[in-house]
Design a protein around this ligand. Structure first.
Ligand code: AMP
Ligand code: ZN
Length: 469
């Protein structure tokens, strides 16, 4: 399996630090608002990477954080007149809802920066002890960038050409820096801001130190894969390397993977530019899986331009998968011969070949775009080769092949059967009768049964009303 490594700018054979195990860290969102579909691109892509590695038999430890202390969170808290924690808790919960809708598996651990302050103080102290960091007069602690000789190795920048440009480079007291390239590890509190005690001043951590610390705590000093959007290469990931490696003396991450942007009109989608859609703007219009299919239809290192036409095309494609599966499931309901025929076996060999094509594409730096075409080859074949006389075992195998690949892509393909209105009315009537007869156990059973089918009952003065969830 080959992975494109930003650090070496080349495709490299994947070799984990420990056989059979993958330690993976993906920078998560800053939670001051809902997530937009640009933020969803790394979430969907790296979730697919994780699913594929798991399919290949690796035991994947996947950590993705929430940045829950930040200037923007604080600004929003002040605007609303609430604590910063109220804002971050609210948007973590909303983000988790969107992630569940998009079938993004919960990370093995999703640490929150504010719960890891002790670890940050420890790492900053180590950096000061080793001469990689210093405290300025007002209590700000800076990283001494030039002291880390390999600075720039990820983003391929030369120290002398570098201009300071990151989120935290200009936050406070620039004139106190020994060098303009130095970046903030800890900064003093301002009036009304959340703060923590530290050996340097009451204050809060810089953004970069958070990921170094959370990655170390949950995955160890060395990890296999570190991921995020390409805007994080510099300065965020460069600074993470400087912090982690100065501290441990070991290589922090072996493979650095970065997704390209999701664009609108060929410009990066971002909250600051105002050219964005929330995930739920889109999932209220299309099924969430359509967004997932759309994201995976491009290679992760290629920019992807969002458009209604492409979403319509993804929607039609997703329907093709669902229709195929629902047809196969329908055929399984009838009586049919059990055993596979020789000609069916030959067809299944093609399914095997498409699985191999899928794996080859994924092994080639997670080429989801090519991999997905194997799913459509399977759908095409299933549609043409499944007939009234097909055997049960053959249809079951077809379903298994298709589902195996859609599962790796995280595409939900369960076709939900809707309970017809008349059946619901009938069950409600039965429940009413049970209640009249004081058989409350049966009445509750029916309510639960309806709930399981997504039907919500409401007892009103005018009688029982129901709706679909
Ligand atoms: P943020 O909340 O801005 O720190 O972003 C969270 C993640 O979303 C990071 O990995 C970013 O690189 C990524 N991201 C933000 N905007 C986009 C976009 N338009 N396309 C792709 N990834 C993005
Ligand atoms: Zn990070």
């Amino acid at each position: 399996m080959k992975i494109y490594n930003t650090k070496t700018k080349s495709l490299e054979e994947f070799k984990p630090l420990e056989e059979g195990k993958v330690r993976m860290y993906v920078c998560g969102p800053t939670v001051y608002n809902l997530i937009h579909i640009g933020n969803a691109r790394p979430m969907i892509f790296f979730d697919t990477v994780r699913r594929y590695l798991t399919y290949k038999g690796y035991d994947v430890n996947y950590v993705s954080n929430f940045t829950d202390v930040d200037d923007k969170i604080i600004a929003k808290a002040i605007e609303e007149g609430v604590d910063a924690g109220v804002i971050s808790e609210r948007y973590i919960a909303e983000c988790q809802k969107d992630m569940a809708d998009l079938n993004i598996l919960p990370a093995t651990t999703s640490p929150r920066a504010t719960m890891e302050i002790g670890g940050m103080i420890d790492m900053i102290s180590t950096l000061i002890d080793k001469g990689y960091a210093y405290r300025a007069a007002d209590g700000t602690v800076y990283y001494r960038t030039r002291k880390f000789a390999q600075y720039g190795k990820l983003s391929h920048r030369n120290l002398d050409d570098l201009r300071s440009g990151g989120r935290n480079l200009k936050v406070t007291g620039d004139d106190q820096k020994e060098d303009p390239l130095d970046f903030v590890l800890w900064k003093p509190k301002k009036e009304g801001e959340p703060y923590w005690e530290s050996p340097w001043c009451e204050g809060r951590p810089g953004w970069h130190i958070e990921c170094s610390v959370m990655s170390k705590k949950y995955l160890g000093e060395q990890i296999d894969i570190h991921g995020g959007g390409e805007d994080l290469i510099f300065p965020h990931h460069e600074n993470e390397i400087a912090q982690s490696e100065a501290c441990s003396g070991k290589e922090f991450a072996t493979y650095w993977m970065h997704n390209a942007f999701l664009n609108i009109d060929h410009k990066k989608m971002s909250k600051s530019a105002g050219n964005f859609f929330w995930v739920r703007d889109i999932t209220s219009k299309y099924q969430p899986m359509v967004l997932r299919l759309f994201m995976l239809s491009a290679h992760y290192r290629s920019p992807l331009n969002f458009s209604d036409e492409l979403m319509e095309a993804a929607s039609a494609s997703y329907d093709r998968i669902l229709n195929c599966i629902s047809n196969l499931e329908y055929l399984l309901k009838g009586d049919r011969t059990a055993d596979i025929t020789d000609s069916e076996k030959t067809v299944l060999e093609s399914f095997d070949k498409f699985t191999a094509d899928f794996e080859r594409a994924m092994d080639d730096d997670f080429n989801t775009s090519d991999a997905i075409s194997s799913i459509f080859e399977m759908v095409r074949l299933a549609n043409s080769e499944t007939v009234e006389a097909s055997s049960r075992a053959f249809i079951e195998e077809e379903l298994r092949y298709i589902r195996s690949l859609t599962d790796i892509c995280g595409l939900i393909t369960e076709v939900k059967e809707e309970t017809p209105d008349e059946e619901i009315e009938q069950l409600i009537k039965e429940r009413q009768d049970a209640r009249k007869a004081k058989n409350f156990a049966r009445a509750d059973e029916i309510r639960d049964e309806l709930a399981a089918r997504g039907i919500i009952l409401e007892d009103t003065r005018e009688g029982v009303k129901w709706k679909r969830a």
